[in-house]
Design a protein around this ligand. Structure first.
Ligand code: HEM
Length: 381
């Protein structure tokens, strides 16, 4: 009996390399936004819980104001990779999604609640009310969405357990157990949150809407958090790759792209280490006003590059795991519809142009100092 459902007889409308490229680029951007949400929210909660200093309050508020916007990026940058993943891996991904159907569909409700709580968190901070518990519930919910996504992305790689799961519950009410890769993979994403969240603070410390004292506080805090959790992130990366099956580990080292992107001292590891050094500099050295902007943009660039190499490597883990179980993602009939592909690319570039223009409008808008309480919908830069 075959492990996977029959392949769709309709051929793919674009080359597989193009679908994979778009998948990886959009997913890496989704991961940047996800890590900002997970890390930025936890930092804002901890600041509002443990510190009564005005500097901590301004920082927590500044993060909370931006988190509602970050959430829009999490969602909108999650849709494209979902579509590309369904095209490329539909036979595995649809099956695993159906098997955990009740939990999978519940993500929509959890997301809606999280989004609402982010607005409440920000509004309560602006009003000077106790807010940490609202933010903490939102963070726990976001972490549970991450857990469900990790659950599905690892279950899609285990066709050998699908039949037993379906026998145990055909309603999709049964969560899989016994996968040694699931928890390390989820914790890797959670650790990345504080690493990227710290880099985000390093970026924010270069913004002109903070006073000199606030800038120094934010750079010091962000630098220390990113440097410390960068090392945790590295350790979690090694853990997540060490629990992969032997065939996958061997394949990753043998493949030039995955080897270059990989965790074992190559692309990803080197980039995280460079970011740790940059963060330590921001966290411990006395940084001049002129340098803080450059440091901030370097932090942004490193965060994006780290997530791109991470996504390439993760893609290798998936392709090699599936290949070892008879699913070759490259083995599909392709009949490219170049007219549609061309139209898509034109619209894609135009869309990026519109987003760039929107960002430039926000950047040119009149700015209010961060220490002034605002409505949660203002000052979204
Ligand atoms: C609070 C909101 C969210 C969080 C915390 C979150 C977190 C995550 C995490 C941790 C992963 C990696 C899972 C793994 O491989 O171990 C992931 C993957 C993914 N997320 Fe999100 N996500 C969120 C919202 C969304 C939304 C709204 C969408 C789509 C509309 C989405 C689409 C995806 C897709 C498609 C993948 C995996 C794609 C692939 O492997 O090809 N996510 N997300």
């Amino acid at each position: 009996m075959p492990l996977y459902p029959a392949v769709d007889p309709i051929p793919l409308p674009a080359p597989i390399w193009l679908l994979k490229l778009l998948h990886i680029v959009t997913l890496a951007l989704h991961f940047v936004a996800v890590e900002m949400l997970l890390g930025g929210l936890l930092l804002a909660v901890l600041l509002s819980l443990f510190s009564n200093s005005p500097l901590a309050t301004v920082t927590a508020r500044a993060l909370a104001r931006r988190l509602t916007v970050v959430m829009t990026y999490v969602i909108n940058l999650g849709v494209p990779p979902l579509l590309f993943a369904q095209v490329l891996y539909g036979r595995a991904l649809y099956t695993s999604s159906v098997l955990i159907g009740i939990y999978w569909i519940s993500i929509i409700g959890i997301l809606t609640l999280t989004y609402w709580l982010l607005y409440r968190f920000s509004a309560r901070l602006e009003a000077g009310k106790s807010a940490w518990w609202v933010g903490l519930i939102a963070w726990l919910l976001a972490g549970s969405v991450a857990r469900l996504l990790s659950t599905n992305m690892t279950l899609m790689l285990r066709p050998e357990v699908w039949r037993d799961m379906y026998s145990a519950s055909s309603m999709g009410a049964y969560l899989p157990t016994g996968d040694p890769t699931l928890t390390p993979r989820w914790l890797l994403m959670m650790a990345g949150g504080l690493f990227i969240g710290g880099l985000w603070l390093v970026y924010l410390s270069g913004r002109s809407t903070f006073t000199a004292d606030e800038k120094q506080f934010i750079a010091r805090l962000g630098g220390k958090v990113a440097a410390g959790f960068g090392l945790v992130y590295l350790a979690a990366g090694f853990w997540a790759s060490s629990v992969q099956p032997d065939a996958v580990k061997t394949g990753l080292v043998a493949h030039p792209l995955y080897k270059f992107a990989g965790f074992a001292g190559y692309g990803w590891g080197i980039l995280v280490l460079i970011a740790v050094l940059l963060a330590a500099f921001a966290g411990f050295a006395k940084v001049s006003a002129g340098l803080s902007g450059l440091l901030g943009w370097s932090a942004v660039l490193l965060a994006v590059l780290v997530e791109i190499t991470f996504t390439v490597y993760r893609d290798g883990v998936r392709d090699l795991t599936l290949l070892s179980k008879g699913y070759d993602v490259w083995d599909r009939v392709v009949v490219t519809n170049w007219g549609v592909v061309g139209l898509f690319l034109v619209l894609f570039i135009a869309g990026l142009g519109v987003v760039g223009w929107l960002i430039s409008v926000v950047a040119r808008a009149q700015k209010t100092m961060e220490s002034v309480p605002q409505s949660p919908l203002e000052n979204l830069q």
